[in-house]
Design a protein around this ligand. Structure first.
Ligand code: ADP
Length: 543
């Protein structure tokens, strides 16, 4: 081999915040704090604070490879944790405060966290699970002295005191770029949470990839507001993409309702925001009610589940906002594919491209295979299992002995089911566990939901497969009406009947007030399936 002569500089997270400090030092983070106040921290300050944190943690005895947990909302100190903990060579476990207390305790124990950072408004959770935690030695409250609430947690440290004792000139250690930097558990939509261990290298490569024009297209003129929480998929990498490009980072704290978000977007002139479809549906409904405008907002990144067509169209038509649709999962660091139209696609074709999960950004590859693992053609029709591979896709789960997560060709089984068309666009038709298997054929719950959500007055639709004595499963459709609207199930049935095969039509359509959700805002289909399990049983079932 003739070795290249280029410098061998490892891809390490601290290089990102140091870059921002050096080249975009005045830009920074705006953060809604637990006390309701707004705090501004420049990237130059954040880098110094991250150095102080790393050195203070080292003095506390935290070593490379140790896990350190965080239980908090999206705020500036959380961003410092990514850099301070990871930069030291330790691993930041981004615990999910929206899980059940027992599940939070299980993940903290499974991760083996030695230290737990706790936001003041997550203190109750920490106190409730404290007796179950097996490895946590100290608690650090993410606040200053004045904000320190009374607590019966033992050995509590105040974060700002910890920083004050740290070294502002701390020299970041030369780590292997493949070492772990953060640990995130899946949110448990389809099964118990599993740990995904992100490396420095993977986090940086993924962040660089999604900044590109075929991704979210993030640049220095942007101000980014991740509604997706920092504890889930590292806030869709926003703590890295924003400082990397010199974009501002606006963190909403705990208040992610539509009214608070609108106010923050307007006050901070946010240009780009990330979240799951329900966030944007709520935001639109709020703007409809109030007549509000979002002048600064140019794009929203939308993922986690498929956006309804009406959402894409209304954001563009009524607010001039482009919805950039992305697909990804905890296992893929964050987004990997983007549904963007090509130059020759306009009007309905452009919307269709945006509804698709789209093409992979460079670095990722995906394919669709049949039940035997054979690749299927890119014809837009052949439905199969989606596999994905790349340098920021997990190869396995943390402390899990259920065998390899990837197949012989290195593809991770995503659990998603879908097609790839001739242009290379992926379309997810279901999650393997949500697909409705009726009489040996598959019915796409997502296709039915999208159609139902297009009917006037329908705010949201969910379709689940319910056991059926004759057909194994039949679809049940649940509709949530928009505020003040009345929904007629028969009208929705007629709308569907004109658009899908007869055997796809739901056996029953129910109007409900709301839908159960996972910790990350997705419809919790496991709960719906359990709730309506007996709906089509031998006595009551239709055929
Ligand atoms: P959980 O697996 O607990 O829901 P994840 O955030 O890891 O938590 O979810 C990843 C899954 O979310 C994907 O496997 C896919 O089923 C779904 N998903 C993510 N993005 C999209 C999207 N753009 N369209 C449809 N489904 C999506």
């Amino acid at each position: 081999m003739l070795a290249g002569l280029m410098q061998d500089r490892p891809l390490l997270l601290p290089t990102v915040i140091e870059h921002a400090a050096a080249w975009h030092g005045d830009v920074g983070i705006v953060s809604r704090e637990a006390d309701g106040g707004t705090r501004r921290v420049s990237y130059a300050e954040a880098a110094t604070r991250a150095r102080r944190l790393a050195s203070a943690l080292a003095r506390l005895g935290i070593r490379a490879g140790d896990r350190v947990g965080a239980l908090g909302w999206s705020r500036h100190r959380y961003v410092e944790l990514f850099y301070g903990v990871g930069g030291l060579g330790a691993v930041l476990h981004t615990a999910n405060p929206r899980l059940f207390a027992a599940q939070i305790a299980d993940t903290v124990n499974h991760a083996g966290d030695r230290l737990l950072f706790v936001d003041p408004d997550c203190l109750e959770i920490a106190e409730a699970i404290r007796d179950r935690l097996t490895g946590v030695e100290r608690y650090v409250l993410l606040t200053d002295r004045a904000g320190l609430p009374p607590t019966h947690l033992p050995d509590v440290i105040c974060y700002e005191d910890l920083l004050a004792g740290g070294d502002a000139d701390y020299a970041w250690p030369a780590l292997d770029e493949r070492s772990a930097a953060s640990l995130c558990y899946t949110s448990g939509t389809t099964g118990p949470p599993k740990g995904v261990l992100y490396s420095h290298r993977a986090s940086i490569l993924q962040a660089m990839a999604v900044c590109g024009g075929d991704g979210f297209g993030i640049g220095g003129g942007d101000t980014i507001l991740p509604v997706a929480p920092l504890f889930h998929c590292n806030g869709w990498s926003s703590p890295f993409t924003a400082p990397m490009t010199g974009a501002g980072l606006v963190l909403p704290g705990r208040a992610v309702d539509a009214a608070s978000l609108c106010a923050l977007i307007a006050a901070e002139r946010v240009t780009l925001s990330f979240g799951v479809p329900t966030v944007w549906l709520d935001l639109l409904a709020h703007l409809d009610r109030t007549g509000g405008r979002l002048d600064s907002l140019r794009r929203v990144g939308c993922g986690g589940s498929a956006p309804p067509r009406a959402l894409i169209e209304r954001l563009a038509r009524d607010h001039g906002v482009e919805l950039v649709h992305a697909w990804g999962m905890t296992e893929t660091t964050a987004a990997c594919t983007f549904g963007r139209p090509d130059a020759d696609e306009t009007g309905a074709a452009a919307v269709a491209a945006r509804i698709s999960q789209g093409r992979a950004v460079f670095g990722c590859a995906f394919r669709v295979t049949d039940d035997a693992g054979r690749p299927l053609p890119r014809d837009g029709r052949s439905v199969g299992h989606i596999g994905v591979r790349g340098p920021w896709i997990t190869a396995g789960y943390y402390r899990d002995d259920s065998g390899p997560a990837v197949d012989a060709d290195g593809y991770l089984a995503t659990g998603d089911v879908g097609t790839i068309d001739a242009r290379g666009r992926m379309r997810i038709t279901d999650r393997a566990k949500d697909v409705i298997k009726s009489g040996g054929e598959w019915i796409s719950s997502i296709a039915l939901e999208n159609l139902a959500a297009g009917v006037a007055g329908v705010a949201e639709a969910a379709v689940v497969g319910v056991p059926h004595p004759k057909w194994q499963e039949r679809p049940l459709l649940l509709l949530v009406p928009a505020a003040g609207a009345a929904v007629d199930p028969d009208a929705v049935r007629r709308h569907l009947a004109a658009r899908v095969a007869k055997w796809w039509l739901p056996d029953d359509i129910l109007v409900v007030d709301d839908l159960p959700r996972t910790a990350t805002g997705k419809v919790l289909k496991t709960a719906l399936r359990a709730r309506y399990r007996d709906r089509f049983d031998a006595a009551g079932g239709r055929d």
